[in-house]
Design a protein around this ligand. Structure first.
Ligand code: SAH
Ligand code: SF4
Ligand code: F3S
Length: 441
């Protein structure tokens, strides 16, 4: 008998990448094998994101296209999962009859049962109750990488930043137990995984719902001590709940990576307040000072939104000044996108698109200079790099990441590297997005 096949089209953040690996694990358990082409897949899972309108548009286009794919493949099952499924469930089913089932963000760990149920019952169906967090994933994830694993430590978000849809589609914060997280890491370390990224929308508030204060610092420390763990990463940090104890924990443990992704979103106190971010520019800069004090070698990255409703030229200049003051290693920059149902969507004073685009451009220029300056400081240093694989363009050039999450390329010569191996690389030159070097024996 020929095995049935599946393919997953994944969009969105690392949490979605992690969820996709869990869908894959459960489909494999049901006897499905992965195929790369969705033209001949028996099951297509589209794991969706709705954080910005641009993401939604792209995904809706893809769902539309799948109508024709399905017409050529009768019996094909189209499953829409993730944040859009959670947000627009019924509307999507009505508009796109090619969709067979909708699986919400809280149902990842129940996917196997849902899928089996669907096979027995047929007909369009929605599964969107928020439960993930109460139930543990029982199977084995099919991971994209052979050495680096995503480890969700909490689901949902309680922050309700006024621009953001995530709390509405991912529900309230639910932390996984420390024991469950550690068991998963220990099992994957046993299977040869080296690097673990602890995931959550606001990892610094990990454990609050379990009644424990500053549980994240403890979790970090305990995870870093698990046998076989080379590197622990974490994201995303929220300035509201970040503190010195966490910074010191990072500083004190070699296996905890010296990289802080600490999104500022804006440098203007007026805008930060309107965004409901829960900190001021001054509090944010104190956190940066604490990072520089305890982890001087750490890289710091941020997310910035331009064109939040009411953002004036002065507000925007404060953001530019914040960028210069902090000297980020990288910034992920976004044009504000109106999300209906969020408080910011109904604010007057929406910023015209031309102004938003011009601000984005100015922001990126300042940031590119800063990234290059930060990278240039590493020239001449020897850094430990976790080898990932041959680079995208050249098979005889290898690529990997430093502890501080910098992308490094080096000629492999006739050396046979393996993915997941630690390599010492002397940095010879720096660009905005990457470093180039030579491996040391
Ligand atoms: N929980 C994380 C990030 C989640 S979304 C955090 O708080 O940092 C990732 C990034 O998308 C956010 O940091 C923000 O910069 C951006 N974002 C979220 N909603 C947005 C919107 N409506 N328009 C533009 N960017 C948005
Ligand atoms: Fe969205 Fe704010 Fe939650 Fe991040 S912390 S997911 S930006 S509401
Ligand atoms: Fe997108 Fe959902 Fe992540 S909206 S950014 S996939 S939490």
């Amino acid at each position: 008998m020929i095995a049935k096949t599946y393919t997953i089209l994944n969009y969105g953040c690392q949490m979605n990448e992690s969820d996709a690996e869990h869908f894959a694990g459960q489909l494999k358990d049901l006897g499905y094998e992965e195929t790369v082409s969705y033209h001949d897949a028996d099951v297509i899972v589209i794991n969706t994101c709705c954080v910005r309108e641009s993401a939604e548009k792209k995904i809706l286009g893809k769902i539309g296209e799948l109508k024709h794919v399905k017409a050529e493949h009768p019996g094909q099952i189209i499953c829409v999962a993730g944040c859009m499924a959670q947000k627009d469930g019924g509307k999507l089913l009505k508009k796109y009859p090619q969709i067979d089932l909708l699986v919400g963000t809280g149902q990842v760990n129940n996917f196997k049962a849902i899928f089996a149920d669907h096979l027995a019952a047929k007909g369009q169906k929605i599964y969107d109750g928020i439960v993930c967090g109460e139930s543990e994933f029982e199977g084995e994830a099919v991971r994209r990488s052979s050495f680096s694993a995503w480890i969700p430590i909490m689901y949902g978000c309680n922050n309700f930043c006024t621009y953001c849809i995530v709390p509405y589609v991912r529900g309230r914060e639910r932390s996984r137990g420390i024991a469950a997280v550690k068991t998963e890491i220990a099992n994957e370390a046993n299977r040869g995984f080296k690097e673990f990224t602890l995931l959550g929308q606001n990892v610094n508030s990990y454990g609050k719902d379990l009644g424990e204060k500053n549980a994240f610092a403890r979790l970090l420390k305990e995870c870093s001590e698990i046998k076989g763990v080379e590197r622990i990463r974490f994201m995303t940090s929220h300035p509201r709940d970040m503190n010195e104890e966490i910074v010191r924990t990072v500083a004190e443990h070699d296996s905890i990576c010296k990289h802080f992704h600490l999104p500022a979103q804006s440098g203007s106190n007026r805008i930060l307040k309107a965004m409901n971010r829960g900190y001021t520019r001054e509090k944010y800069l104190e956190l940066i000072a604490s990072i520089r004090k305890y982890c001087p070698e750490a890289s710091v990255t941020t997310d910035i939104i331009v064109g939040f409703p009411g953002e004036t030229e002065e507000d925007f200049e404060e953001t530019l000044a914040l960028l210069s003051e902090v000297g980020y290693d990288a910034a992920y920059t976004f044009i504000y996108s109106k999300r209906s149902g969020t408080p910011a969507a109904v604010l007057g004073e929406q910023v015209p698109i031309e102004i938003k685009k011009a601000r984005l451009q100015r922001l990126m220029e300042v940031q590119n200079n800063s990234s290059l300056a930060r990278n240039r400081k590493l020239v001449g240093k020897t850094l430990t790099v976790l080898a990932e694989g041959p680079s995208q363009n050249k098979s005889d050039v290898w690529s990997g990441r430093t502890d501080s999450n910098k992308l490094v390329l080096w000629p492999a010569a006739d050396h046979n590297y393996t993915a997941g191996e630690l390599v010492s690389v002397r940095i010879d030159s720096a660009q905005t997005w990457l470093l180039k070097g030579t491996a040391e024996a």
